[in-house]
Design a protein around this ligand. Structure first.
Ligand code: UDP
Length: 238
């Protein structure tokens, strides 16, 4: 294990990320590739807990309206994260990674319940834990759920996987001269409205508890390992 390495990390994977080459649903090839990237982290002795999003299937805020209550829409969003968590669990196991899916919503036939001690035990045994259903309550996103879970499980860092290399001074998809920022303060991240990489509630919770967030490109080989080992990959918000 590298000297700066964290003992335990939380990786946040969004639904959009899991859709890969598709517009929605799950790109299983990409899931298998991610599994191999995460295996490198586990093989280095770092415990990995994963919070999955559901935006490739449903997002509560977008679904609400036309008769669908916001609370119901968020329930549907949480079920979307469940689909991703179940698929990833199987894909990870098929790639030789011992993995458990724990659910924050009642789903006895489908997954083990999220219980703090159970999650802790799986992680201590070197199993990857994938959490479904966010934090189990509406009006939240899996970004906020990720920070909350990382605090609960004593993770050293939240690794927020994106499709870009980190936080930029302007939108890299629109401006050729956009520059990546290597590190920034929570204060900056919360107050600057142009920074939309994570929702403000998530950022605020991380700031209050001084839990660093690394925003990085998970699609580049070895980047998850680097970020987990505390090496500079992406943008560190602390
Ligand atoms: N959600 C929720 N409570 C949680 C986590 C998620 O209600 O603790 C719902 C919410 O509707 C959200 C959806 O699940 O929009 C999917 O999660 P998210 O939008 O964070 O997915 P991502 O954008 O990361 O793919």
């Amino acid at each position: 294990m590298a000297t700066n390495s964290h003992k335990r990390v939380l990786l946040k994977l969004s639904g959009e990320q899991l859709a890969g080459k598709f517009e929605g649903g799950i790109d299983a090839d990409l899931g298998a590739w991610l599994a191999q990237e995460i295996k490198k982290v586990v093989d280095n002795g770092v415990q990995v807990v994963i919070m999955v999003g559901g935006g490739n299937f449903a997002r509560g805020a977008q679904l609400a309206g036309h008769g669908i209550k916001r609370v119901t829409a968020d329930h549907i969003g949480m079920l979307a994260t469940m689909m991703n968590a179940l698929a990833l669990t199987d894909i990870f196991e098929s790639q030789g990674i011992r993995t458990r899916c724990l659910s924050s919503i009642f789903a006895e036939q489908v997954a083990e319940p999220f219980i703090h001690r159970l999650a802790d035990k799986h992680l201590e045994k070197g199993r990857v834990v994938i959490v479904a259903g966010g934090i189990g309550r509406p009006y939240l996103t899996t970004d906020t759920a990720a920070v909350s879970l990382a605090l609960e499980l004593g993770c050293g860092v939240v690794l927020k996987a994106t499709k870009v290399a980190g936080v930029y001074n302007k939108d890299p998809s629109k401006f050729d001269d956009a520059q990546k920022i290597d590190s920034m303060s929570f204060q900056q991240a919360v107050s600057d409205d142009s920074i939309k990489v994570m929702d403000k509630a998530a950022m605020g919770l991380a700031m209050e508890h001084e839990l660093p967030i690394v925003v990085f490109d998970a699609m580049e080989a070895d980047n998850i390992l680097k970020a987990a080992q505390g090496d500079s990959a992406g943008t560190t918000i602390s």
